[in-house]
Design a protein around this ligand. Sequence first.
Ligand code: G3P
Length: 214
Amino acid sequence: MKLFLDSANLEEIREVASWGVLDGVTTNPSLCSKETVTFEDNIRAICAVCPGPVSAECVSLRAADIVVEARALAGIAPNIAVKIPVCLEGLKATKTLHGEGIAVNMTLVFSSGQALLAAKAGARFVSPFIGRLDDVSEDGMALIEEIVQIFENFRFETEVIVASVRHPRHVIEAALLGADIATVPYGVMEKLVKHPLTDIGIERFLADWRKVKT
Ligand code: G3P
C-alpha cells in the first residue's frame, strides 16, 4: 500500500520523506491557504522533495477552463497529478487531459457511482473522502470497499486514494480492504508509528542497559 502525505507544508513533507515512507503528496486549496509562500513556488518545492505523484488542485468550474488550468499545473513538474472535483464539467476535462497523458486525481468523491464515472473518464486516481462521510453518520469505509470491488471487477487501472483520513485505524482498514493509497495528515502519520508499549519497552531496556557491565 502506498502512503501519501495530505499536506502542503514543506517541513512536514521533508520530515516524512526522511522516514522512508513517503510515496506521494496531496494538497488542496484549504491546505495551501495555510502556507506563506506562493502556491506555484510551494508546489514546485514539494515536487522536488517528493518524487512520487503530487496533487495540485484546479479551481476552475468549466471544462475548458479546467483543462487550461490543469495544463499549466502539469507544466510545473513531471510528477504533478491535477486534482479535479468530480462533476460533469470535471469529467469532460478529465477525458481531454487523460488523452494528453496528464494524470488526474478526481476529488471530493462521496459515492461509488462518482468513482465509476471518474475511472471511465480516465482518472488516474479517485479520492473518496471517508472522514467527511463518517462526520455525517455515513460509513466512509463501506464506500472504499465498494469502489475497490468495482475497480477489481472490471480491472480499472484507476487507483483509490483513501482521503479525509482522521485516525490510524482508517489507514489500517483501508489497507485490509486493498485500497491502493491512503493520504494521511501529518498528525495521523505520527500516530501510526507511536505505541505506548514501545515507549515503555525502550525506557526499560535503557534502564537495564545502565546495569550491564561493559
Ligand atoms: O486532501 C483532501 C482530504 O484529505 C481532506 O480531508 O480532513 O479536510 O476532510 P479533510
